[in-house]
Design a binder for this molecule. Sequence first.
Ligand code: MN
Length: 212
Amino acid sequence: MANYTLPDLRYDYAALEPHISAQIMKLHHDKHHRVYVKGANEALEQLAEARRSNDFGRISQLEHALAFNVSGHVLHSIFWQNLSPDGGGQPDGVLAQAITRDFGSFDAFKAQLTHAATTIMGSGWAALCWDPIGRRLVTTQIHDHQSEITQAGVPIMVLDAWEHAYYLQYQNEKAKFFDAVWNLWSWADIAARYQVAQRIDLGLDQVVEARV
Ligand code: MN
């Protein structure tokens, strides 16, 4: 069985300064993200052990640990690739058209996603997700790593709102972090994820009205 592994960043720790400090990037990637990779692999081992020993009373707790850690691993992996030293500005092409179709305008989308991040209670993420059933873009708050995500929704753009993502640099002024990150979005990466997500077909066409 394949184990989860920590991917390297595609840029230097200091590459996102001044918006995100090298100190935060190094700790966030090398320490925080690594813990989720380790936790995911440990949960898999413990699940196998619980099955071998018929200890099914532990399964739900271990499944929760697996979901928490794998989701943390996936979200951080997307987040690093969503960001770029050459990022910022606005998307173009089909992603820009989809954002306008589903949110009215880029500015409305920006305000909605930023508000989702700012108003999370406790630890979590704000995400732009593709809903492959309704075939629309939606924003979602994600509590911790996995709760309240839109069912079947595919995150294509994620914003870490845990305190470890900003506290060393922005302290209690998290709104400044959520503002600064708009200088870093790699729209090329987000557009590529949007294109891939378009291909998802859950075979549930009958649960929505056909779009006219
Ligand atoms: Mn994080």
